[in-house]
Design a protein around this ligand. Structure first.
Ligand SMILES: Cc1cc2nc3c(=O)[nH]c(=O)nc-3n(C[C@H](O)[C@H](O)[C@H](O)COP(=O)(O)OP(=O)(O)OC[C@H]3O[C@@H](n4cnc5c(N)ncnc54)[C@H](O)[C@@H]3O)c2cc1C
Length: 486
């Protein structure tokens, strides 16, 4: 089956009954529910981009097995040119959502492509896990499926050491193995896109219980979202059912976050990719390169987001007539710096990419991983800069209905600026508020702080992979030279 259209994606969601709860009620149809439908339509629009004639080449490639054109984010990159082409495709999707849907399907597509390329790694657990991951990757590529993922176990309390405190009754674990598969029970967070995905992937970025080589909490599998016993509990929707004018981003890009409950869910053997082995699970992201590949997707999203926020800031200062003031220029300059740093890191990761042991072209680790760490502080600062630039204009934001009400003439007269009509000014600042202030905007800030793990873990990860020896050597050599001359 070739790359899907948006309509095929929406039909797929309707065909697969799933248990989704929102606001105390079970959702009957996620494609029509007022809190979810416009987010699903945004994903559908991404799939439709694959069929725009002038974009077809850029968005798809020829499947090595079926010969059909399939989504380019599924490619197992073999050359730097493959990475660049994939980045252009991912940027196209990210720009279509202004960078506001971090969990667009390419996020998981690049992860599974990296894993399929490194299938031998999975075979170290049990021999069938290697073919399992390869077959599953081909299945989602050929069907162009959308995946959510839930990596984090809930914990009832925390240890000072940072070692995860996993307990049965809370964390997801294997209850038993049967001829048909493994039965799992527990909860996982945070399944962004959960209600509007076809499948859920469950794995772990880390399970730091290194004193035990095997654990019932060590799992890597994927199942359909409609699997019996699997339930999604949504937070409240940030699509408030308002017009595009009133709520420009929340009315378009609600990707929804969920807790996923697994109530004795059977995972068929062919969908199990790792089981029990803590060292294998802990090593997956670096050994297979999936960390760098998913960071590559994140970098494209970050760049699109930087560009969009910068564009909004430029328009804000133009509208308010303060673009030339030094403090505005300083703040705009900071946004420009983040934008260009993001672009530079992304390009450096491609330019310095090297093939891994399986021949998959892997983005260079440092520049691509740094885009994640940088964004945990850069994005909250970007939202803050919008707030500083906008000040009270964020509150001078009547709704679309007010423009048709009795105060319309006063609004038109008093809210206009030299650079803008009242309507354009309010429209722009409602957009800026959806980035810097609304529930939708606040969730974006939270997302960028935490989506790639908590900042402490990220900092430790970066420190662990940084090639420190070279820096130390330079200083020790300098110190030795100083000794000679004294
Ligand atoms: C909007 C949003 C969307 C997300 N989407 C997804 C998704 O699609 N899939 C997915 O799997 N995950 C997703 N995540 C979850 C994300 O991976 C986690 O939020 C992240 O890994 C941090 O885990 P946590 O939230 O449990 O934070 P916690 O572990 O609760 O950490 C909270 C704070 O406490 C600190 N802390 C924690 N433990 C200790 C300790 N022992 N000692 C000292 N300090 C500690 C941390 O540094 C952090 O500052 C999402 C998160 C957000 C906010």
């Amino acid at each position: 089956m070739p790359a899907r259209t948006g309509r095929e994606y929406l039909e797929g969601l309707q065909e697969q009954e799933r248990e989704v709860w929102l606001g105390g009620e079970r959702v009957k149809d996620v494609t029509t529910h007022p809190g979810l439908r416009r987010g699903a339509q945004a994903i559908a629009a991404l799939y439709d981009l694959q069929h725009v004639p002038e974009l077809r080449e850029a968005m798809t490639y020829v499947s090595p097995t079926s010969g059909e054109r399939v989504g380019l984010s599924f490619i197992v990159p073999r050359t730097r040119a493959d990475l660049e082409a994939r980045r252009e495709m991912m940027l196209q999707w990210a720009r279509a959502t202004c960078g506001m849907m971090g969990r667009s399907p390419d996020f998981m597509n690049v992860t599974f492509a990296a894993w399929a390329g490194a299938a031998d790694y999975f075979a170290q657990g049990r021999s069938q896990f290697g073919p399992n991951i390869r077959r599953y990757y081909e299945y989602i590529r050929e069907k162009d499926l959308t995946l959510t993922h839930a990596l984090i176990n809930l914990q009832r309390s925390r240890t000072v050491s940072g070692v995860l405190n996993l307990e049965e009754g809370t964390a997801l674990h294997v209850v038993r193995e049967t001829d048909a598969g493994v039965v799992v029970r527990g909860a996982r967070v945070l399944a962004t896109l959960g209600p509007i995905a076809d499948e859920i992937a469950v794995y772990s970025p880390r399970l730091a219980q290194l004193d035990q080589p095997h654990s019932p909490f060590a799992l890597n599998f994927a199942i359909p979202c409609g699997t019996p016993g699997l339930r999604f509990l949504c937070r409240e929707s940030f699509d408030l059912g308002r017009s595009r004018f009133d709520h420009p981003l929340g009315s378009r890009f609600e990707e929804m976050d969920c807790v996923a409950f697994f109530d004795d869910v059977l995972v068929p053997w062919e969908r199990v990719f790792m089981l029990g082995d803590i060292n294998l699970i802990n090593g997956t992201a670096m050994a297979t390169g999936s960390s760098m590949h998913s960071a590559h997707q994140g970098a494209a999203k970050n760049l699109a987001k930087c560009e969009f926020v910068l564009g909004v800031a430029l328009l804000m200062t133009q509208t308010l007539g303060n673009a030339h003031l030094p403090h505005s220029e300083e703040r705009l300059g900071e946004l420009m710096m983040y934008t260009e740093l993001m672009r530079a890191c992304m390009r450096a990761a491609e330019a310095d990419a090297e093939p891994d042991q399986w021949g998959t072209m892997r983005p260079a680790a440092m520049p691509v991983e740094i885009t994640r760490n940088l964004f945990t502080t850069a994005y909250p600062r970007m939202a803050e800069i919008l707030q500083l630039l906008g000040s009270s204009s964020f509150m001078i934001t009547p709704t679309e209905a007010d423009f048709g009400g009795p105060l319309a003439p006063a609004i038109e007269q008093y809210l206009a600026t030299e650079g803008s009509t009242a309507r354009d000014r309010v429209k722009l600042f409602r957009l800026a508020w959806d980035i810097a202030g609304s529930a939708f905007g606040s969730r974006q800030v939270l997302y960028e702080r935490f989506f790639a793990s908590d900042p402490l873990t990220r900092a430790r990860f970066l420190s662990a992979i940084y090639p420190k020896a070279e820096m130390i050597k330079r200083v020790t050599e300098f110190l030795e030279r100083s000794d000679e001359t004294s």
